[in-house]
Design a binder for this molecule. Sequence first.
Ligand SMILES: [Fe+2]
Length: 256
Amino acid sequence: MPTAAITAPLRVVQITDLHLKTQPGSRLWGMDVDAGLNAVLERIQEKHSDADFILATGDLVGDEPEAYERLRRLLGSLGLPVYCLPGNHDFPAAMSRAFHASQVRCERHVVVGGWQFVLLDSSFPGTPKGHLAYGELAFLDTLLATGADLHTMVCLHHNPIPSQTSWLDTMMVSNHAALFAVLDRYPCVRAVVWGHIHAEFSAQRNGVHLLAAPATCVQFKPHAPGPQVDERPPGYRWFELDPDGTLHTGIERVTL
Ligand SMILES: [Fe+2]
């Protein structure tokens, strides 16, 4: 029997920089991180209950590995697969232990609807700065070579291009040139997405979308010379990904 052609778009929601602590109600730069996350999860349930999956791009906890258990319960309440990658405030080993064998998991490679998603670890022990180890770049290279017929979204925590916020850009992926040297060899790459900057960001490079999403907690003011709180509310990014590789995306912000 012939396989039916895929016609429906894939629906993905990106959440990022949750900074969850063990105790509910903890604050980051004055903002209640639980209040932001709960409002974002409620909005996702209202507007995106038909999403194929959630993508969580790092800083899932705020320097407390014990918070992963609470986070697994909170994200599990969505009833959707949640694929997670680590940021500079995470603990990759503790994270994959806590998310093992649940709907919330540390999948590194997801293939669905004619698309593939490659989840990279740009965190580096002992520093908040981003770096892609040789193994991460080799992993990406192999998947792009073997999945050249799949539209590809590459996901990581740190920004691989300057965000024009100088204090954050000191932490951007240090070997970004090596990343783009891989990406430039594969026309199947449609988008690179990240978190870390706690702000919305959108650019294009050689026809590839370069996108960041707002944090679910405090927002940082773009273009500020040092850390400054932006009064914009928390939010997330949604994607509709067509089978022909076309990408539609937008930002949704909640009311607190
Ligand atoms: Fe963060």
